[in-house]
Structure formats: structure tokens, C-alpha cells
Design a protein around this ligand. Sequence first.
Ligand SMILES: Cc1cc2nc3c(=O)[nH]c(=O)nc-3n(C[C@H](O)[C@H](O)[C@H](O)COP(=O)(O)O)c2cc1C
Length: 253
Amino acid sequence: MDAINDTLSSLGVYREGMPWNPVEKIIMERRSVRRFKKEMLPDNLIRRILESARFAPSTGNGQPWKFIVIKSPEIIAEMERDAAKITKFFMFFYGYTMFKGLRRMVSKIMANFSVMRLYKNEFCTPPFFAMTQAAEDQTVYFHEAPVVIIILQDKRGVSNPSVDVGIAGEHIVLAAHSLGVGTCWLGFARLLTYYPKWRKKFGLNKYPYKFGNCICLGYPAYKADREVPREIQTVEWHEGSMKDLPRYERQGE
Ligand SMILES: Cc1cc2nc3c(=O)[nH]c(=O)nc-3n(C[C@H](O)[C@H](O)[C@H](O)COP(=O)(O)O)c2cc1C
């Protein structure tokens, strides 16, 4: 059995009580980095990180993605400005927590009954809070990173291509951290898709691509990576016959 497993991974096999292996360590200790050194990443390092994405699994091996690397400070600054601008526009109508009196009341009703239903993922609490901050110029979306990678999703992908894009993106994130490069996913980059100019620039206006997601990268300006507590989660285990009830285990205790 060990001989078979030994051929699977050069890191060896599981032994009871063993410490995290190097792959697990990166997974457990990786944190989103939101402050970077100005220093540019060498192209070969970026290419190396992208190799991990290229080797990601995908449904039917369809590889429904395209990567766009942005290294230009001018372009990233313009993306930042435009993301902030569109946030201000949204928050003018829907940022009721920023207003008082009648405007707050009207804007809360609009937010609750229209946009929060149509865009419930964008306007649930954490993004809503971040957008409120961005509208007040208290935060930046692209974290002043030297490199931004946009992942386009090929609409022709088999089954659910957004899962494939997520896996490819996480390969980027984990490979980068293992090579000393900090990353942060940037779902908010989607805000740029409201601009025809960005849709054209990144080829989102043409079949078969749409915005998949976005990740910023750079050398961290502080020590970010460390293990942090995560919520304990209940996992359902089915081990017996069809008639047996599942066993519930609190994962993480
Ligand atoms: C798909 C996705 C989109 C995200 N979008 C953003 C974002 O736009 N801005 C940001 O600062 N963090 C973003 N994050 C990072 C999460 O906030 C972060 O992963 C979470 O708080 C857990 O923290 P950790 O990454 O340090 O473990 C995103 C994460 C994922 C997976």
C-alpha cells in the first residue's frame, strides 16, 4: 500500500500525528495580502506561477480560462479610479448607511427591494461594507499591487466553468505563496465590467469570454502568512448501511 502511495506524491504518505507537510503548510498559513512592496515581480516568476494555473484540473479538461497579466502601474491606477467611481455611483443610490433622514429611508427601501434582490451576492454584508468604505475613499480595491491577473472565463466551458476558474485561481494563489509572493483575490474587479472601455480592453465584449475573477500579486510589505482560527464546521459522515443515520463530526475541534 505504501509503495503505491509513495509513487503518488514525493512528499510521502500520511502518518498519524505528523506535522503539516509543505503543501498543507502553505494552505493553512496563506493569508490574503493587502499591502505590497513597490518592487515588480520578474516575468519568469509570473510565468512560473501561471504554470500552476495551466496545470489545474477542469471539467472535461476543458481549461475554460484565459489569463491577462497587468503590470502597468498606469493601467492599474486607472482600474482603481474607475472601480472607485462606479462604487460611488452605486452607493449614491444604495449606500443608505451613509445617509440620514428621508434620503436614508428612501435609499434603504430602494436597496432592499431592488438591488439587494437582483445583486444579492454583491450587496450582502461584507462586500456592502467594503463598498461603503471605498465610496468614502477609505479603502482601495487593487491594494496598490504591482501585478494584477484577470482570469477570463470561457462561456463554452463544460458544466460549471466558474468552478474551473476558481480552481485555476487558487492554484495561482497557492503557488505564489509557496514562492514568496503575496496575493489577494479581487472579486471587486468585476465592477470594471460595467465600463465598455474595460470590456473592450480585456476582450470581455466578445464571445466566448466573460469576467471570471481577478487576483493581485506582489512581494508582501508585512509578514502576512500565519495560521488563523477558522469556524468549526459540522461534517456529515455516512459509513454504515443505507438504513443507518449519518454521524456528525465537528471538523476543526
Ligand atoms: C473569490 C474571492 C474574491 C475575493 N475578493 C476580494 C476583494 O475584492 N478584495 C479583498 O480585499 N479581498 C477579497 N477576497 C479575500 C477574502 O476577503 C479572504 O480570502 C477572506 O477574508 C479570508 O481571509 P484569508 O484569505 O486571509 O484567509 C476574496 C476572496 C475570494 C476567494
